[in-house]
Design a protein around this ligand. Structure first.
Ligand SMILES: Nc1ncnc2c1ncn2[C@@H]1O[C@H](COP(=O)(O)OP(=O)(O)OP(=O)(O)O)[C@@H](O)[C@H]1O
Ligand SMILES: [Mg+2]
Length: 335
């Protein structure tokens, strides 16, 4: 199908890429979301009631962040999530302000609250992570059925931690079922869940360097080591392996070759959501048919754009053209 009729709906940065296709449905899953509450205080003092100079609520969870970032690229994202209780209702409302298609499956209990306290002087950050409810098998089936229905034939991002009581093989099973429905599966998770899902031939995985080291069971101090392991995963059937390297950018390997991307220099304010934003840029561009190096460039621009924003704020889409101009990608060779 030609992109001509619908192209103006896309963000200009995607319109400018030589995209060959309209994006299929882009679906994210968040099994363990949280309400992020952040406080800013001048200085923490023992045994004193402190008044925050600022505080805010944000929806938290990797899949939710990816959907928020895709929406900033004017891509049609669907965010599937488990929500519980009154906190879950608030979370759903906050996500719906930023993502057009929100699919919340209700479960018993209360969605967790995560808190972050930022002390201004001396600068320090404290984070507290809550514990979310454990879904029953029937509740889990509900969200899975919805995901399979929405994600059939589309691009589905499975990301983030699993709630208590859910088997670490769940993402691997979902990857297999989605694959059978013609979906392209994207994985961003760590540990056992990632190791179990990799043999299901996903479309893309995005470990950071540490997650790749865990996956292959060895330290990868040089870029050449990262490249070797990324290529081994491509050889094992993962179509695209993107290893994000924080301020050092990223490396992308696929059957078409290997590319090294250098992140644009930005004044870093908070890297929260940088990995999720990078994934959204990369996946959004690939879903539109962009070539690997162009997709890597957009991923880096989105990731670093988010690192330049405070707190949980994601990249500003208006700054993407300048960020893209400052992002370097070069081909290293064949995979
Ligand atoms: N300090 C930084 N300076 C510039 N860009 C950064 C920085 N940290 C992260 N980024 C950008 O974000 C992308 C993803 O970062 P990173 O490799 O830290 O992902 P991650 O470890 O998955 O992050 P997360 O903690 O969000 O899961 C990088 O490739 C880069 O584009
Ligand atoms: Mg990450």
């Amino acid at each position: 199908m030609s992109t001509a009729g619908r192209a103006p709906l896309l963000h200009p940065v995607l319109r400018d890429l030589p995209c060959a296709a309209l994006p299929p449905p882009l679906v994210t899953l968040t099994l363990q979301p949280g309400l992020d509450v952040s406080y800013e205080v001048e200085r923490l003092v023992d045994d004193r009631k402190l008044h925050a100079s600022r505080y805010r609520f944000d929806p938290g969870g990797n899949g939710i962040n990816v959907a928020r970032a895709l929406t900033r690229l004017a891509l049609p994202a669907h965010a599937c999530m488990l929500v519980a209780g009154e906190i879950g209702s608030l979370l759903r409302r906050l996500v719906a302000r930023q993502v057009r298609h929100v699919h919340a499956t209700r479960i018993a209990g209360e969605t967790r609250i995560n808190a972050a306290v930022r002390q201004l002087d001396p600068a320090a950050q404290y984070e507290f992570i809550g514990r979310g409810p454990a879904p029953t098998p029937a509740e889990l089936r509900g969200v899975i059925e919805q995901l399979l229905q929405l994600g059939g034939g589309g691009v589905v991002a499975l990301t983030g931690s699993l709630p208590d009581g859910v088997a670490p093989t769940l993402y691997a099973e979902l990857a297999q079922q989605l694959h059978a429905r013609g979906s392209r599966v994207v994985l961003d998770m760590q540990g056992e869940a990632l190791a179990a899902a990799v043999p299901r031939r996903p479309f893309l995985i995005k470990p950071n360097r540490w997650e790749l080291e865990q996956l292959c069971g060895q330290a990868l101090p040089r870029i050449a080591d990262v490249r070797r392991e990324a290529c081994a995963l491509v050889g094992a059937g993962v179509a695209n392996v993107c290893v994000s390297l924080g301020a050092q950018g990223a490396l992308l390997a696929s059957a078409d070759g290997v590319w090294r991307g250098l992140a644009p220099a930005v004044a870093v304010r908070s890297t929260v959501g940088a990995g999720d934003s990078m994934l959204a840029g990369l996946v959004g561009a690939l879903a539109c048919g962009a070539a690997a190096p162009d997709a890597l460039r957009l991923g880096l621009a989105c990731g670093s754009g988010t690192a330049a924003q405070p707190g949980t704020e994601l990249f500003d889409p208006a700054q993407l053209p300048a960020l893209l101009r400052a992002t370097r990608v070069r081909r290293l060779g064949a995979a």
